[in-house]
Unconditional design. Sequence first.
Length: 225
Amino acid sequence: MDEKIFERVDNYISDISAQEDKILSDVIKSLAEENIPQMSVSANHGKLLQVLMISCNAKRVLELGTLGGYSTIWMARALPSNGKLISLEIDKHYSDVAKRNIKNAGLSEKVDIRVGRALDILPTFIEKKEEPFDFIFIDADKPPYTEYFELAIKLSREGTIIVCDNVIREGKVLDDNSSDEKVLGVQRLNESLRKNKNVTATILQTVGVKEHDGMVVAVVNRLSK
Ligand SMILES: C[S@@+](CC[C@H](N)C(=O)[O-])C[C@H]1O[C@@H](n2cnc3c(N)ncnc32)[C@H](O)[C@@H]1O
């Protein structure tokens, strides 16, 4: 099959329901200008994040991996006026660019970007008994995805939706002999879902303007804490 069809259909869908305005296209431009890799979600996936957020009445959102703030802006736009989004980013340069983009989007009041390693920051939220998040988007480095997912559950309430991006990796997850640390990281998370009683989860396979990939979509069950 002509793979261009996936791209054309993705554009058809975004034209209907996920049109990028100048603020969002300027984020993509800012990445090119600042020599930052183009690793943002697609417009359709930004919209999917909004749909999922609204379905769980999300007022408090946590993101792992800000990059230039593209997905952050999609999500912050779906927050109610008293909503809050905390986004974690390890790279100071990326976080500075993201802060500029978020200011440009008029969302600085709602978005709090924290710079540091997600694995260092998340346990501090648990220690401080941070109020549970309603929606959590995991899109940082892949090797500790299982640990991120477990920490995310600890920071959730019943009904919290957790999304983990890039878990299919052009089908490389099927390779049992892979030595790619990103593939190994997502294989470990995907496998852990088999017996994870704390969530009701699926993996959505995705094609479109970005490479063939997929995302975990999980809803947190009633937790016995
Ligand atoms: C795929 S990009 C995020 C894209 C962004 N969510 C979007 O769609 O616009 C992954 C980001 O995670 C950040 N990152 C990598 N390792 C991290 C870590 N240990 N803690 C926090 N952020 C990390 C990277 O610097 C990069 O900006």
